[in-house]
Design a protein around this ligand. Sequence first.
Ligand code: DGL
Length: 276
Amino acid sequence: MTNRNSIGVFDSGYGGLTILKEIVRVLPEYDYIYLGDNARTPYGTRSFEVVYRYTLEAVRKLFGMGCPLVILACNTASAKALRTIQQVDLPRMEATRRVLGVIRPSVEALASFTRNGHVGILATKGTVASESYPLEIEKLYGKEAFRITQVACPMWVPLVENNELADEGAVYFVRKYIAELMTADPQIDTVILGCTHYPLLRSLILRYLPAHVKLVEQGHIVADSLKDYLLRHPEMKERLSTEGNRHYLTTEKTELFERMAGLFMGEELRAEQIEI
Ligand code: DGL
């Protein structure tokens, strides 16, 4: 049974668990429904229209389960669908519910990490092509504040989704994309992992990233930003149920999801397969 008034957390697959884990650490009292669209992952190589449609379907599903607030724990969905959902769909269908993404909070936190303003973004093809990070950064800090270099890492999500985190293929593709990034701008001092799947490759990434470069993961940033959001929006905070339950949904078979997600969340968990 799911709790009414849970916080919905959505991703194309397992990646959003890197966000959920931190959110639960910071805000353990709330109820959460995690939805992974594992049957249709990856989103990063899909068109704008398809990512928007899939994301809207997931948001509707979570609203239908009672969630007043949904976090798109996916950069690709945040880049390609969030704005349209917030501006066009929400006012029409669910004016009092809210959908938040992961890009804006990451950009807000950026200034506290970089010293020289040279920033690298590693993300999916879709997020890179959307230019969401450079645009959001420009909106917040102006055109000249940072030098942004983006590199798409299309092989990283399949490595994570297939639990191939430590084999030779993973080593090859982690080295390759990091070398591309650091060659494009050797002065980079800060790298944002702009895809929620990527923290699962963290130890390999750290092995090949120059030691002085700061690696920014989004989990704690999004968690702190959600905490702050709820403080600023008591009307939303009061609507949320607080029994500390977590419910896991996947669009694929549950066995693999339970094993992978359980390992990642560090707890034994049960999932339910649903259609969206
Ligand atoms: N985890 C997602 C992101 O943050 C998407 C990965 C994918 O499905 O390609 O971009």
